[in-house]
Design a protein around this ligand. Sequence first.
Ligand code: GAF
Length: 382
Amino acid sequence: MKEAFINEVKTKFLSTFSTEPMLVFSPGRINIIGEHTDYNGGFVFPAAVDKGIYAAIQKSDSGSSTAIAVDLDSTIEFELDKLKPSKEGSWENYVFGVVAEIQNRNKVVGDFNIIFKGDIPGGAGMSSSAALENSVVFGLNELFNLGLTKTEMILISQKAEHNYVGVNCGIMDQYASMFGIENNALLLDCRTIEAKSYEIDFKDHQLILINTNVKHSLSDSAYNDRRSACESIAKLLEVDTLRDATEADLEKIIDKVTPENYQKALYVIQEIERTQKAAKAIEENDLETLGGLIYASHNGLQHQYKVSCDELDFLVDQAKKNKNILGARMMGGGFGGCTINLIARDEVKAFAESASKAYKTKFDKDCSVYFIELSQGTHLVN
Ligand code: GAF
């Protein structure tokens, strides 16, 4: 699959632009636990995966730049000194945003051509957006010797998402996609942007994803609304982010916030704690405890933070009925996308079949099961 994708973008690049491209692979990510905690300065526990974006890129001498998304059969031509956001939801905003944010750092990018192809299912909550942004910034950094560090690159990707895509995302996705390590998950402290890596080898258990095939749109104001709610509560508490607050602090301002926002802040404080506990459980190879934390995370996302949906809840409930599944929860921004399941290896086939059947009966549509490998972050492939 990987080889086929590389060949496809390379061949298309050669036939379209008549020059050899440089090739970049930028992965999507999973997240074991720690959801909606990144923009609250908290901990997250993601890993880069073996699905991602393949980008072929090279300088252009035609006086303009071109980007082609093979999967969307879409081509855009643009001039670097006239960049502005396209209409909401356009894929080119990820490209324009990254270039504009590089320019904002007084770095000079010349004209370029880029062709993308990917195998991250759209709207699955596996962050195809961060993979796309990172492939562009990484490719341009190499091509024009911009001298950006990986941390600078992910901050550029994040700003592109804020200013061009319109999602005030945290740093988890860009970090995981850029810094991923094979067979490892990263316990990332989003306040310092520093991570500790954990080798993931669950022996007779493994992680699988089940995609509801309900497409979420992060630009939905729901995401930005939650971020603002958290920020306004942090302000009331006179702390920088909810990372610096305790449940006892929150209790003191109970009369000053709506019950809904109180629950959201409580969820964040508890999820940050759960994420740290999950790291300890992994260190101790205590999968029962890890699984319990994962289920508790879903419960909070469903009832307190309110970013789940019927399809996700259904798949988690199916998992709960099966004692061979130690934990399951929705993953990513929410409102659709995948569940992540910690499951006994010899139960995978039977559960995939029974959950798919039950899902079809209940919702009259298919879910999809993904096996993932934890992979290296954004890198050159030739
Ligand atoms: C999306 C965002 F992009 C991340 O920054 C993070 O907030 C996540 O939702 C929820 O944990 O993927």
